[in-house]
Ligand binder design. Structure first.
Ligand code: NAP
Length: 280
């Protein structure tokens, strides 16, 4: 029988721990403030931004909301980021992606002060992660590490395979597993003999963005499987990159979709906001 890794419960636990920390910081006169910027009215982004604001309210973090029109120019957005960088009372700045096409995403992410980059996307923070220095870490992969640790799953010495090499999930995921002393292999769309590699994995992280791509033929009996993917299937129901029904009986532990990695991303964003202030 496999262990179902409960991301909902673990993320709630993290949020409750943070709530306590924030209350303590408040008694010492320290407030935490996150600025959330959304450009345009993409409905999915709207839902994410709302969930982030709700999490802030629950934990006791002040959130400043900037809802800018679709036609906002790059210069206007850069000006706002410059102002928020300069505001001492703002501890974190988050720009919801994707941005409208007239705005260069890379330019925007580079403009955020690395000390306020709670998403962990700035090259300075990415670099710190890769050389083992403290800094903000991308929230989704950081959440995966918490899921493993808080479920009692050892990473050290394990064969870890990451499916996907994106800048926000796959690459930081690999660096974090390495930091935890896993033996890490990263696979991507040009990888040959994929199944031979995934079948070696004690811990397999699927972040390739292909609904139900990973079936039982990719899995070593008893592996731990973490599913980062989020998709809507033909019946509008959420599913991941892993075919859960087929794969779960072959694992020792697995995350469901929904209720696995998803809720961890916001919990880790909140963690980054609090940690940044604690360390400053
Ligand atoms: P992405 O930027 O599209 O990257 C996908 C990666 O998978 C790429 O590196 C790609 O390789 C690789 N890939 C694609 N097809 C492959 C194949 N057939 N075999 C091996 N590798 C393959 O996606 P992402 O942003 O990392 O997101 C991945 C998934 O996680 C998506 O479903 C996304 O919705 C989900 N996600 C969830 C959360 C959350 O909070 N739970 C957060 C972020 C993302 P190449 O580099 O060679 O193209």
């Amino acid at each position: 029988m496999y262990q179902l890794i409960d991301g909902k419960a673990i993320s709630q636990q993290i949020k409750d721990e943070l709530k306590e920390k924030v209350e303590k910081l408040k008694t010492q006169g320290t407030e935490i403030c996150l600025a959330v910027i959304q450009v345009g009215n993409d409905p999915a982004s709207g839902v994410y931004v709302n969930n982030k604001k709700k999490a802030c309210a629950y934990i006791g973090i002040q959130s400043l909301s900037y809802e800018l029109p679709e036609e906002t120019t790059e210069e206007e957005l850069l000006k706002l980021i410059g102002e928020l960088n300069a505001k001492e009372e703002v501890n974190g700045i988050l720009v919801q992606l994707p941005l409208p096409k007239q705005i260069n995403e890379e330019k925007i992410l580079l403009a955020i002060d690395p000390a306020k980059d709670v998403d962990g996307f700035h090259p300075a923070n990415v670099g710190n992660l890769s050389i083992g220095r403290p800094g903000y870490v991308s929230c989704t992969p950081a959440g995966v590490i918490q899921l493993l640790k808080r479920s009692g799953i050892e990473i050290e010495g394990k064969e870890c395979v990451v499916l996907g090499r994106s800048n926000i999930v796959g690459k930081p995921m690999a660096m974090l597993l390495l930091r935890e002393n896993g033996t890490v292999t990263v696979c991507h769309s040009r990888t040959k003999n994929l199944k031979e590699i995934t079948k070696r994995a004690d811990i397999l992280v699927a972040a390739l963005g292909k609904p139900k791509f990973v079936d039982a033929s990719y899995i070593k009996e008893g592996a731990v499987v973490i599913d980062v993917g989020i998709h809507r299937n033909e019946n509008n129901k959420l599913c991941g990159d892993v075919d859960f029904e087929e794969v779960a009986p072959h694992t020792s532990a697995i995350t469901p979709v929904p209720g696995g990695v998803g809720p961890m991303t916001i919990a880790m964003l909140m963690h980054n906001c609090v940690e940044g202030v604690e360390n400053s």
